[in-house]
Design a protein around this ligand. Structure first.
Ligand code: OSB
Ligand code: MG
Length: 387
């Protein structure tokens, strides 16, 4: 497939006519995880999902806010995001005529931080716009791929055998890249053990900010294992130390937590803090910023891939649309629904084909039905905000 490498145009993401936003529903839904997921900062056994439904007359759009229950991955939580949406973001848009995504984003611009809260609303708005235009989100934002390649992110396990069982299982399902979570005490020997058993697979690691520059020697040992990348080895808000570390490593550093905006991405690339970027719409504040970072990576020839936050199918559908943009050149953390939950909130569930790819939906909006009856049964709280 030939990819069109044109700049995405946030200004072109508009409904057929300005749209008056009537209501925003905030819903918290808890789903148990099929398997617990452990990373350097903690362990998750269930996911409290924060789903948003934006309404305009009879029309609607679904979004998801990816904040966690505790401020571990970032400072935002489900609680802070709800408060910021309820008290500040929703009042800035409800009852207003919105011309498009750029207009929506401009109404949030004065509020500092809280990118996941902003992104939750942007997602719902872009789904609404795509439905009003009668096209899939991927087309609305300039996607060009019919299928996207995916990998799997595997948590820390108590033994190498337990981890290897999962590596084999997901390779058997077709996943194109295996990412191992690491932390001090579960790093070089684990990575070495998996690499020895799987000499040729596409393998990467993610430290979720668990190390400091004092660990540079240890991190350099990872150079021996032909990794695709080392994701976020140092502090969540750091660029300077990552640049120092990158100069001493042959393996590419990929930044996740540190890339919170287009400016941070530009600064990271200008200073050599990373050679690869992980994109999460929630972490950067929504589609408007994500598309600008995408264009920056295309311009600079920097490999980009779509990260994941253990989203429900709603967030995952948005990730699929995003990953269909031309600049997403490495497999994303967009696993099938069955990697996370017994039952997803969308129908049909996301399925990974034997070749490790997922189809980008082609019907309007998300391209999946939201299973509202199932959502209702799993809902912990729901509130409706009006102008
Ligand atoms: O660092 O990429 C991360 C999940 C929660 C928080 C942070 C991260 C992750 C993952 C899982 O790696 C990716 C997925 O959704 O499959
Ligand atoms: Mg990460």
């Amino acid at each position: 497939m030939r990819l069109r490498l044109t700049a995405s145009n946030v200004a072109a993401i508009t409904p057929p006519a300005p749209v008056r936003l009537d209501a925003l529903e905030l819903r918290l839904v808890r789903l148990p995880l099929l398997e617990p997921f452990e990373v350097s900062f903690g362990r998750m056994e269930s996911r409290l999902l924060f789903l948003l439904r934006l309404e305009a007359g009879d029309h609607f759009g679904w979004g998801e806010c990816v904040a966690g229950e505790a401020p571990l991955y970032s400072y935002e939580t489900v609680g802070t995001a709800r408060q910021v949406i309820r008290d500040h973001l929703a009042p800035a848009i409800l009852g207003k005529e919105i011309k498009g995504l750029a207009d929506l984003a401009s109404r949030f611009a004065a509020f500092r931080g809280h990118p996941m809260a902003k992104a939750g609303i942007e997602l719902a708005f872009v789904d609404l716009v795509a439905r009003l235009r009668g096209e899939p989100i991927a087309r609305t934002i300039g996607g060009v791929r019919e299928r996207v390649e995916v990998g799997v992110s595997l948590g820390i396990e108590p033994t190498l055998d337990a981890l290897d069982e999962r590596v084999r299982r997901f390779l058997g399902l077709g996943y194109r890249r295996i990412k191992l979570k690491i932390k001090p005490g579960a790093d070089v020997s684990v990575v070495g053990g998996i690499r020895e058993r799987h000499p040729r697979i596409l393998l990467s690691v993610d430290a979720n900010a668990a190390y400091t520059l004092a660990d540079a020697g240890l991190l350099r040992q990872l150079d021996a294992y032909d990794l695709l990348m080392i994701e976020q080895p140092l502090a969540h808000d750091d660029l300077v130390d990552h640049a120092s570390l990158q100069r001493t490593l042959t393996t590419a550093i990929c930044l996740d937590e540190s890339i919170t905006s287009h400016d941070r991405a530009r600064q990271a690339l200008d200073t050599g803090a990373c050679r690869i970027i992980n994109m999460k719409i929630g972490r950067v504040g929504g589609y408007s910023e994500a598309l600008r970072i995408h264009d920056l990576c295309v311009e600079r020839g920097v490999p980009l891939w779509c990260g994941g936050m253990f989203e429900s199918g709603i967030g995952r559908a948005h990730n699929l649309a995003l990953a269909s943009l031309p600049g997403f050149t490495l497999p994303g953390d967009i696993s099938g629904s069955s990697r996370y939950f017994e039952r997803d909130v969308i129908v049909p569930p996301v399925e990974v084909a034997e070749d490790g790819s997922v189809a980008v939906p082609t019907s309007p909006g998300l391209g999946f039905e939201v299973d509202v009856a199932f959502l209702e049964r799993r809902t912990e709280s729901v509130e409706r905000l009006r102008p």
